[in-house]
Design a protein around this ligand. Sequence first.
Ligand SMILES: Nc1ncnc2c1ncn2[C@@H]1O[C@H](COP(=O)(O)OP(=O)(O)OP(=O)(O)O)[C@@H](O)[C@H]1O
Length: 303
Amino acid sequence: MVKTILSINNVSKSFGKYKAIDNLNLSLQKGDIYGLIGSNGAGKTTIMRLITQLSPLQVGEIKLFDQKINQQALKHVGSIIETPVAFEKLTVKQNLKLIAIQRGINDYDKINEIINFVGLNEKDNTKAKNLSLGQKQRLGLAIAILPDPDLLVLDEPINGLDPSGIIEFRQLLLRLNQEKQVTILISSHILTELYQVSTRFGFIYRGQLIKQISKDDLDRVNQSGLMVTVNNVSKASQIIDKNYSKKFTVLNDKNILIHSLNVDSSELNKKLVMNGVSVVSITKEEKSLEDYYTNLIGELEND
Ligand SMILES: Nc1ncnc2c1ncn2[C@@H]1O[C@H](COP(=O)(O)OP(=O)(O)OP(=O)(O)O)[C@@H](O)[C@H]1O
């Protein structure tokens, strides 16, 4: 059964006369890794601050685990929003102990388990202020997951990480999601990375959710077809036209794009070669999340 973890209903938020969030509706189902995408100032952090009650709700309703947000429900939410929350003068272990005391967690073995999980075992006695940026992000994640949250809210958690740090952080998130069934709301401007972790995407534009799409649907929409590279496009296009009832576009003197992936490329290859066309390649042409986002925003800004 699909279980709704978070639902944001008709939420608006203004700062003075400026409407930062405008009648937003969004929901997360259990197991989602929901990637929140939008340009600078679109409203992503504001949404996350409203969910975690760092910012008071003005209009609309937010439900966590099917109840109105309250302190009890928030105990099941971990977050990294803006700066990580560690105390600089405390060590990694002391920071986690403090959170354990605050949250009434008596099982101190769990602290070591989490330190291992986020890969800070060699730094457990290092003060937070002496950690590298990536290690600080890991400590932030450790603090967020110590209370075993059902929902993690992560605002640009991979900012500033080096390439291997990004890969490790991604693996941590996927493990949390798959092994501990944690639902995750995550924002990032690194769309290639967001694409790799997310199961659904929400696009925020000027405080509004302008589009929501699952990864499967995105992949379907983004598969733009088969790119056929040949030495003779006019002959090749006649063969394609004669044998396939598919739309295609001759892009230049070497390339033809067939607007479908539902074509057997080895059969096509054989037909072309048998008719004297020499085939350089036939490749699947897929667009990226970034292409999708750029198109979406481009359409809005040209309206
Ligand atoms: N406390 C505040 N007072 C006044 N304006 C605010 C406040 N917090 C946010 N805003 C405004 O609300 C809008 C949304 O900001 P928000 O931080 O949510 O954007 P964002 O999508 O997270 O952007 P970024 O990708 O740059 O982090 C911005 O125009 C911002 O200036």
